[in-house]
Design a binder for this molecule. Sequence first.
Ligand code: GRF
Length: 198
Amino acid sequence: MADKVKVAVLISGRGSNMLALSEHKRKDPDRAYEIVLVASNVPEARGLVLARRLGIATWSLSHQGMKREEFDALLDSELRRRDVELVALAGYMRLLSPWFIERWQGRILNIHPSLLPLHKGLDTHKRALDAGDSEAGCSVHVVTEALDDGAVIGQARVRIRPRDTPESLAERVLAEEHKLYPVALEQYCAALREAEAG
Ligand code: GRF
């Protein structure tokens, strides 16, 4: 059986999606991926503490005062050093430079808390409510230079309830994110290996 796809998860905060990806792998070591690094642009990110507790290697560096490409070059070196093959953004709250995206073309996934192409960017739950949408959800997509715009590889939906607030909706969508992202990552990694095998 082919080696597992080496994945780095990029986070900026609490890291609940990172945890879900790690948990999915822990339940079945035969999964097509393994998380070899959790990296962050926020050294105090809660998710880094969780990753360390799980025994996953971490890397962090504050991006403050750095040019985008300068930061991304250091991140890229760390990823290469660890033989990372795929980058999974999970609440990574910093735009990646075009240079980085080009270098990792087809090898960066993101989870976004809306039913793309609806509500790209921030404040998705409030915007879904303000728009009077009847459903909300989350999407896993391939990252391209345009924000939240690459091919969608998986989506999960939740019904919007009359008394929903951005917070109540976020909670239900997050529960779906935790189920969707591991499955989407697994499928993407399995497909990568199949493509390599020809
Ligand atoms: C999630 O809602 C994700 O969709 C968005 O940022 C949030 C990250 O949450 N991109 P967590 O850090 O995974 O808990």
